[in-house]
Write a protein that binds this ligand. Structure first.
Ligand SMILES: [Zn+2]
Length: 199
């Protein structure tokens, strides 16, 4: 059996997505072999991450200042909000160069319509934002899978209730069902965004 500190670090790494116990073991022994320099660098960057990265109070992206650069950018169109599941999707959409509005990061999707998780997502924050600001359009850019669809239908109903004049759109078909926006190719995603359709 490994020494306790080794076991503990293996357990900690195993909690990361896509890291099984074998991979976690490999990480730990790599660090033990590579000596203090790598470990110190990782420790410092992790500490820095935890101490400086916070949530943008407008879009709920992870940022080192709030409001984040994008939310404070006057060249962006603040009347068009693109709703995405997670920060990585925002990054992918930015890379298409086809969107000049602003974002709202939901931080997850609903599994069912009356999912309890709704209160943990940034849905109320989105509704507050729509009520407090002049918004023309909300683009629902969630993954084309079951929970993405469920969430988009839920959001659409909520938006119609509180702000019926706001146009709600979705990405044009083109992204295969079940695909992940985070990994979509920029050209397909860019055109799905440009040719978005009314919801
Ligand atoms: Zn922001």
């Amino acid at each position: 059996m490994y020494a306790k500190p080794i076991q503990e670090l293996i357990r900690a790494f195993s909690r990361l997505p896509s890291v099984g116990e074998r991979t976690a073991e490999r990480f730990v022994f790599h660090l033990l072999k590579s000596g203090k320099k790598d470990v110190t660098e990782i420790t410092l960057t992790l500490k820095n991450l935890i101490e400086t990265v916070k949530s943008c109070e407008v879009c709920w992206d992870f940022t080192d200042k709030s409001p984040c650069d994008l939310c404070s950018d006057v060249r962006r169109d603040h009347k068009v909000i693109c709703v995405v599941t997670q920060a990585q999707d925002r990054e992918t959409i930015e890379h298409t160069g086809q969107f000049m509005g602003v974002y709202h990061i939901l931080r997850g999707t609903l599994k069912t319509d009356d999912d309890n998780i709704a209160k943990y997502l940034k849905i109320n924050e989105l509704m507050n934002r729509l009520q407090k600001n002049e918004v023309d359009e909300v683009i629902l850019a969630l993954n084309p899978d079951i929970s993405g669809e469920t969430t988009m239908m839920y959001l659409e109903r909520q938006i119609k209730k509180i702000a019926p004049l706001i146009k709600v759109t979705r990405l044009a078909r083109g992204l295969p069902m079940g695909s992940d926006i985070q990994y979509a190719d920029e050209i397909t995603l860019g055109s799905a965004l440009k040719n978005r359709v009314s919801s």
